[in-house]
Design a protein around this ligand. Structure first.
Ligand code: NAD
Ligand code: UFG
Length: 342
């Protein structure tokens, strides 16, 4: 297959690029580098010995998407990762989030149609389950969101479902990711957040490296076994492999499917922290603070559909995730910004 990866230079996109290249497929990434570095795809090339073409362009700009298709197509399928993803930022900048995350999809679908590309895999999120209290979360459960970022995912799901219904030759897989963490085991590619990380694992890694003083555990009074939030942490390489399986499905079926990508296991913030300490033989200082507004107590997937429909299941353990996340951080204390320690 020849696959276009929008947002392909980002955290999940670069790991998926590597996974697809290793499986013998060709990839082209279209990314405006608003939250990523070209270095990620250079390292993918170095790891695979294969070409990972980067086209710098914006998915909300039709001419940029058209150029990618005209110059580097035809594509058998597209994986659409491109989008803004910071929940807190989306609350203060809703218009930017709606514009970027929705325009990108609308423009992409238009250009795909023009070029006869009929298979799309979309990056959705467990955030569309909102505050649904019934666990594990199944794809047919009610949805609803608590912030603009979540609504952009929810509306994108709606747009793509309706588009698929109207275009009988179209195939879409909406992947609802749970909490991707970790990095490729080589330590050459990983998550490179700008500024102070919002998410738990990058924050722990920066405390471990001495960049940040201590972890703030947001609340220990939830109705969970140890009082801290419970999440379905999934290794980014398992997630990347899920895209390969979703693409194989999409190019051989028509219609729209929504699929959870999670492990099905929930671990608490403190369980993750202690697993990290044990695997990497270190102590991470932390302090318990009040709950973070908007957080829910527990969120984990029922991953049955991914197994039955796509033949996919996660294989990495929590320990693998903690080891690989730290391996990436310690070798790349400034992410892709140089100063690499070999
Ligand atoms: P990321 O920020 O590392 O990757 C997104 C990429 O898209 C970046 O390289 C950015 O430069 C690019 N981009 C943004 N807007 C663009 C535009 N208009 N045109 C071209 N490129 C653009 O994020 P990620 O963690 O790799 O996430 C990938 C996708 O998965 C996103 O859509 C995100 O919302 C979704 N997702 C992520 C998580 C998570 O926890 N990481 C969870 C659920 C869903
Ligand atoms: N947490 C802390 N301290 C921190 C950061 C997080 O205690 O410094 C806690 C949170 O309160 C939560 C858990 O760690 O209980 C996980 O928080 P993250 O910020 O890492 O992840 P979320 O579950 O809040 O959200 C993530 C992505 C969303 C995505 C969602 C589901 O940020 O974009 O997973 O896929 F929608």
């Amino acid at each position: 297959m020849r696959v276009l990866l929008t947002g392909g230079a980002g955290f999940i996109g670069s790991h998926t690029a590597l996974c697809l290249l290793e499986a013998g497929h060709e990839i082209v990434a279209l990314d405006n580098l608003s939250n990523s570095s070209p270095e990620a795809l250079k390292r993918v090339e170095e790891l695979t010995g294969k070409k990972a073409t980067l086209v710098v362009g914006d998915c909300t700009v039709e001419a940029d998407v058209e150029n990618a298709f005209a110059a580097f197509g035809p594509f058998d399928a597209v994986v659409h990762f491109a989008g803004f993803k910071a929940v807190g930022e989306s609350v203060s900048m809703p218009l930017e989030y709606y514009r970027n995350n929705l325009d990108a999809t609308l423009v992409l679908c238009k250009v795909m149609e023009k070029h006869g590309c009929r298979s799309l895999v979309f990056s959705s999120s467990a955030t569309v389950y909102g505050t649904n209290p019934v666990m594990p979360l199944r794809e047919d459960y009610p949805t609803g969101c608590t912030n603009p970022y979540g609504w952009t995912k929810w509306i994108n799901e709606r747009i793509l479902t309706d588009y698929c219904f109207a275009s009988k030759d179209m195939s879409v897989v909406l992947l609802r990711y749970f909490n991707p963490i970790g990095a490729h085991e080589s330590g050459r590619i990983g998550e490179d957040p700008s500024g102070v990380p919002n998410n738990l694992m990058p924050y722990i890694c920066q405390v471990a490296s001495g960049k940040l003083e201590k972890l703030r555990v947001f609340g220990d009074d939830y109705d969970t076994p140890d009082g801290t939030g419970v999440r379905d942490f999934i290794h980014v390489c398992d997630l990347a492999y899920g895209h390969l399986k979703a693409l194989e499905y999409a190019v051989s079926h028509k219609g729209c499917e929504v699929v959870n990508l999670g492990t099905g296991e929930g671990y608490s913030v403190l369980q993750l922290l202690h697993a990290f300490e044990k695997v990497n033989n270190m102590t991470i200082p932390y302090v318990v603070t009040p709950r973070r507004p908007g957080d829910i107590a527990t969120c984990y997937a029922d991953p049955t559909k991914a197994h039955t429909l796509l033949g996919w299941q996660a294989s990495h353990t929590l320990e693998d995730m903690c080891r690989d996340a730290w391996n990436w951080q310690k070798h790349n204390p400034n992410g892709y910004q140089g100063d690499e320690i070999k």
